[in-house]
Design a protein around this ligand. Structure first.
Ligand code: GLN
Length: 283
């Protein structure tokens, strides 16, 4: 029988040969062992638990088939919380954690005390909406998605994490507009990949295209949401978007075209790539 250390070492080699990032094998082992309340470094030289070995070997096969680790585990961590994921939702990304971080500091800076009306448009797993509610309970949070299957996952996450978020099915903000909801804060990580862009296999073969691709220039869903904004946003309010690293100029044009007097700001992610766009109306 093999030890944890030997098992992991073999798997790293298998991954390297298959052109898969070896860190994924390490993360898989950590997640599987933590799940069983083991500290990997303490048990490194012990014989691997047979059940963990079976799950790990199965997982490595799937990793080598380019499947995302989050699909193998059935969850991904986001802002310190565990979110259920499936093939019907985009796996929450680290970049998107940065977006919520900036929104939380804007809330402190720009909005006083009291309740705030907020929405996450195209919520997917619910990661943004639920994190906002968990971190700022004074926010009333709505979330929409066009996909019923995604909403099923988001609702499960909200229940599991005990966050009160109201979900609506529909096209971007339309269900909120129909319900005459007016927002202080509108968040969205819409699909923004250009039709022509070459995307990693683990993404394009496994994640929902409705959550990834935003038309010829990747900006179709921003245009739709910006067009909906006058009916959706309070006079003093803000919008916060995730975006592609090369979309700053094009997205700025779309915003300025519709809201020439609003303040528009862009922020980079931890990798130094343009990643977030903030539009402030009268604040
Ligand atoms: N960041 C994702 C990726 O590049 C795309 C997310 C999105 O389109 N909203 O895989």
């Amino acid at each position: 029988m093999a030890t944890y250390r030997q098992t992991l070492r073999n798997a790293v080699n298998v991954c390297l040969q298959a052109g898969i990032n070896e860190m994924l094998a390490r993360r898989l082992m950590l997640e599987l062992t933590e799940q069983h309340h083991l500290n990997l470094y303490l048990v490194d030289d012990e014989e691997i638990d047979v059940k963990i070995l079976a799950e790990f070997e199965q997982g490595i096969k799937r990793l080598c088939n380019h499947e995302p680790l989050a699909h193998i585990l059935g969850y991904e961590w986001f802002f310190g919380r565990k979110f259920l994921v499936s093939k019907d939702v985009l796996v929450p990304r680290e970049e998107t954690e940065e977006l919520i971080g900036h929104i939380l500091s804007d809330i402190d800076e720009l909005f006083g005390q009291g309740e705030l009306d907020c929405a996450d448009i195209g919520t997917g797993s619910g990661a943004l909406a639920i994190t906002l509610k968990a971190e700022e309970p004074r926010c009333r949070v709505w979330a929409s998605d066009i996909s019923e299957e995604a909403l099923d996952i988001a609702k499960k996450n909200a229940k599991e994490l005990e966050c009160d978020v109201t979900f609506h099915q529909g096209d971007m903000a339309q269900p909120l507009i129909d319900a005459q909801i007016k927002l202080d804060i509108c968040i969205s990580n819409p699909p923004y990949i250009k039709k022509s862009e070459i995307v990693e296999r683990s993404v394009v073969d496994f994640e929902p295209h409705v959550a990834l691709f935003g038309g010829a220039d990747g900006l179709d869903l921003y245009r739709k949401l910006l067009d909906q904004a006058p009916l959706l946003m309070k006079e003093r309010s803000m919008m916060a978007f995730e975006m592609g690293f090369d979309q700053q100029e094009a997205l700025r044009e779309e915003v300025v075209l519709r809201f020439p007097h609003s303040r528009v700001e862009f922020k980079k992610d931890i990798n130094g790539k343009d990643r977030m766009c903030f539009v402030y109306f009268n604040c």
